[in-house]
Structures are given as C-alpha cells and as structure tokens.
Write a protein that binds this ligand. Structure first.
Ligand code: MSP
Length: 524
C-alpha cells in the first residue's frame, strides 16, 4: 500500500484579487505534492477559502453584493487561477460550506463542555465606521489603521479559549518535536514573543458583525475567525462527520504551509486546539517568507502589484512557477523585480537549459540520424567523472526536495545543467566526429541525453510541461524511463530516437522591452 502524504495551504481571504505573493504559497504546496506523488506517495493537497469575517462583509457591501454572492464569485475566480497555474489540489474547502460550519459549531460546543471555552468580556479600541476592534499596538498614531478616524475604547461580551492552560504542554511538545517548525527558529520566536510573556486567552466570538458561524447555544455570537479558519484542515477530511474515512486515512497532516504573518496561529493556536480535541498534531509546519517589491509590500495604492496572470500570459506558466520558487530564500524575503525575472528567464531557462537541449538534440540528429546511442557499460575517464558528478548532484537534489527546500533543489538542478554544458565544451563532440572517434562520440551523446533525461525528471514537480517537452524531444516515451528511481541508473534508455528538429523551450527575450512591459502592467 502507498504511504499517504497530506499537505495543506492556508485558506485564502477572498477580499481581493490574488497577487503573485498569495499564489506563491499554493505553487510551493503543489510542487511538494507533485514531488511526493512522483516518489510513490498517495499525496493529498487541500486548499480553499476563508470566507467569514467583518472584512469580507465590508468588501461585499462596497461591491453592492451580499457576502454570499461575493464569496461565491471569488471562489470561482480562485479555482480558475489554480487551474491556470496547474495546481493539482484534491479538495477545495470553503468555510461557508455546511460540511464545515456544522462541525465548527460542534467543536465550539465541545470546548464549552470541557471548559476550554468560557464567557468573558472583550475590550479593545473600536472603530465605529469600520465596525472593527483593534489592539493598542495595531492603532496608527492612536487612530484606526484602516480609515484613520477616531477610535473608542469598548467592551463587549465574548467567548474566550483558555490558551493559557495549554502553554506548558505546547512547550514540551516543541522540545520533543524539534522538527515541528521549519525553519526551527520560528518556534523560538513563538516562545520568546508570545509564550514566555504569558500566553493570552484567545477571543473566539464576536457580536459586532454577523457574517460568521453562529454559536449554537448563543446565536447572537458568531465564531470569530481563527477557530473557524484553522479547523478547515480537519473538517475538509470529514472529522466528526458521518463519513470520516478520509480523516482516518490522512490525519495528521504531513506538511502545512503558511506565510510568516500567520505562523503564530499555526504554531500556537492550532496545536492547542488539536490538543484540546485530543488529536495528533501535524508533523511539520513550513513557514515561508514573503515576496516583496523593491519599495516594500505589494499594494494597489502603491501601484506595484504583480498578478500571476500577467506573467503567465506573456512568459508561460513554467517560467512563472520557476521564478517564484527559485527566488524565495529560506532566511529572508524574496524581492520581485522585472529585471530579475527577465534575467532568470534569459539566462537560466533560455541559455542554460534551452540551449543544452537544443545542442544535444541537434548533435544526436547530425551524428546518429537521431538514434540515441546505446550505453556501453564502461565509460571512459571523462564520462566517468561526468557520471560521478551527476550522481552526487542527483543525491543533493533529492535531499533538498525531501527537506522541502525547493529553491535549493532548483539551484542544484542548475549546477547539473551548467556541468552538462561544460561537458560539451570539454568533450568537443564536433572534434570527435571529425576524428571519427565513434566510440567516444557515442558515449558522449549518450551521456548528454541521459543527463537531460534526468534533468527532465527532476524538473517535473516544478515545471511539468517543460519536463514533458524535454523528454519528448529526447524520444523518452516509456513510463519506466520517466520514473524517479531510474535517475539513479545509467542503462535505462533502451531504444530512443530524438525528434528531428529541436524546438526551443524558451525564446530569448528583449530585456529592455520586457522590463518596460512588466512595469506597465503594475500601474494598471
Ligand atoms: N485566511 C488566512 C489564513 C487562514 S489559514 C487557516 C489568511 N489569508 S490571506 O489570504 O491573507 O493569506 C494567505 C497566505 O498568503 C498566507 O500564508 C500569507 O502569508 C500569504 N501571502 C500573502 N501575501 C504574500 C506575499 N507577498 N508573499 C508570500 N506570501 C504571501 O491569512
């Protein structure tokens, strides 16, 4: 039986159009899912939308829609975008669906019974026009951070979750599960910033708006966002419902991906909710940084927003996915620049990868009428060294993928590509051909094809179309020649014929023109 791998993205607020930052989380999750699938796991990817709350209600009103109409439209748009981005999700959960709301109400009731939830008073700074509470630190010069108007101190009845009760258990869990958070320092941040100063109980209900799930036994309260939102990861699997086969099969999650702004909710509140439900905790929470612009966060008012569709329409999906995944370092934010995008496209995709394929296919056609030479089993000095280098790179690539370090996996793939380009310069097949050194020439072309086959396979999770295209051009058609395990061998290709005329994978771009183009779309 296949081993399962359950992976989740955050569920997105449908408050506006998704930019490349929000798309990044989903592309990352999709890539890891595809890698796991390639490695033989039964991988299951959950994504969805977080549809309740004051903000959504306000956005809908501004658009002259009911909140339900608004979220329905946004969910369709999100699904369209994920299709365009070739995201292979297995389920799309919406928090307004009955399968979710019903269970959240039951969970709330259960917490009331166990005493984890109690009724108290919420106090904060309230902006009347925005109908929103803010904490002291959220205020901007003492005024509403959204509209800039005066705020008043207000109190309202609210339910709270007793987080404090679980603080020691959480710290113990952190200690026993060193790899729970990736990177690990995120855990230390949580301990120092939130747990050590005294973990505050979390407000889990509101009476100031009604676009939310009502508390069954006290319906003037709606369940406040985080209890509603976080539980999606289990309600989607059928937790506490009649058919809980998926829950039994997939929970606990193997990997949950979140951006740094929501690390606190996933590293503190989420494990505590699960402890209170007596459920196993996720194996790993991967916290990623943000995609920023040179002048800070992307925002419409600054005119610096990049939408995924803009890049996909003009440069293709694979180039877009490649850029997003390659540009995100683990230790700091990634910065999007039009110059950087075009540079990566021209250098990495068009020159390094595209030319390697093109030259290899052309030489195989020229010297062997397209027929891929057989592996001779006894590589010469040069080829042996090339094999050893390739083997060690393949190992590194696998390690990086296994650690979910996709940007590093891509770096290692490009080291391999560069080595292959260098190998052509070293072996000079055109000289071998002139010298009629048939044996060496056969071995050289075989090794290049073999190397590119491996590159095609390891690129699949990130760029599936390019991967297919590479294998097709090399004449690799049999399933066993495309499997991950075959990249550790040298005698896999039995009979292959490259295509007659290599098609360029990526066309060289005019840097100035394209940079201007991208900048132009940001101002629209
Ligand atoms: N609804 C909550 C999540 C609930 S999960 C139970 C939420 N939604 S969000 O739409 O605001 O953000 C969703 C994800 O997008 C978060 O992981 C966030 O970090 C990520 N990103 C938003 N802007 C981003 C960038 N500029 N760059 C990278 N990721 C970004 O929070």
């Amino acid at each position: 039986m296949k081993e399962k791998f359950y992976i989740t993205t955050p569920i997105y607020y449908p408050s506006g159009r998704f930019h490349i930052g929000t798309a990044y989380t989903t592309v990352l999750a999709d890539t890891i899912k595809k890698y796991k699938k390639q490695r033989g796991y039964e991988a299951y990817l959950l994504t969805g939308e977080d549809e309740h709350g004051q903000k959504i209600q306000t956005v809908a009103e501004k658009r002259g829609k009911t909140p339900q109409e608004h979220v329905d439209e946004m969910a369709e748009d999100a699904k369209k975008l994920w299709k365009l981005m070739n995201i292979e999700y297995d389920d799309f959960i919406r928090t307004t669906e009955e399968r979710h709301t019903k269970i959240v109400q039951q969970i709330f009731d259960k917490f009331m019974e166990t005493g984890d939830i109690y009724k108290g008073e919420y106090e904060g700074w309230y902006c009347e026009p925005c109908e929103t509470y803010f904490t002291e630190t959220q205020l901007k010069e003492g005024k509403c951070p959204d509209c800039g108007r005066e705020v008043v101190k207000m109190k309202e009845e609210a339910y709270f979750f007793r987080m404090s009760k679980y603080a020691d258990r959480l710290i113990k869990f952190y200690e026993e599960n060193v790899e729970f958070a990736k990177p690990e320092y995120r855990k230390t941040e949580m301990i120092n910033n939130f747990i050590k100063p005294g973990l505050e109980d979390l407000c889990v209900s509101r009476t100031t708006f009604d676009w939310g799930i009502p508390v069954l036994k006290d319906p003037k309260h709606v369940i406040y966002v985080w209890l509603d939102a976080l539980t999606n990861y289990i309600t989607a699997l059928g937790y506490m419902s009649e058919d809980d086969t998926k829950f039994k099969k997939y929970w606990p999650a193997d990997l949950q991906i979140v951006g740094k702004d929501i690390a606190r909710f996933h590293l503190i509140y989420w494990p505590i909710f699960l402890m209170a439900l007596d459920l196993p905790l996720p194996k790993k929470i991967l916290v990623h940084n943000w995609i920023m612009m040179k002048d800070g966060k992307m925002s419409k008012s600054k005119g610096n927003v990049i939408y995924p569709e803009t890049l996909i329409d003009r440069y293709g999906l694979d180039a877009t996915r490649y850029y997003l995944l390659r540009e995100m370092p683990e230790s700091q934010d990634g910065i999007f620049t039009p110059e950087g995008f075009i540079e990566r496209y021209n250098t990495n995709l068009c020159n390094d990868l595209g030319n390697l394929l093109n030259r290899t296919v052309a030489m195989c056609n020229k010297y062997f009428a397209g027929q891929v030479p057989q592996y001779n089993g006894t590589p010469n000095e040069v080829d042996k060294e090339f094999e050893e280098f390739t083997d060690s790179q393949i190992q590194k690539i696998e390690e990086k993928y296994d650690k979910y370090d996709i940007n590093l996996a891509l770096q290692e793939i490009w080291v391999l590509i560069s080595r292959a380009n260098k190998y052509i310069d070293e072996t000079t097949p055109w000289v071998l051909a002139k010298e009629e050194n048939k044996e060496k020439l056969e071995s050289c072309i075989y090794h290049l094809i073999e190397n590119l086959r491996k590159i095609g396979i390891v690129l699949k999770p990130v760029m599936s179309e390019t991967s297919e295209n590479i294998l097709k051009q090399l004449g690799i058609t049999k399933e066993e020649e495309k499997e991950w395990d075959s990249i550790k061998k040298y005698d896999t290709i039995k009979q292959a014929k490259v295509i007659e005329k290599g098609e360029p994978l990526f066309m060289r771009l005019d840097a100035k023109e394209e940079e201007e183009y991208i900048k132009g779309t940001m101002k629209q």
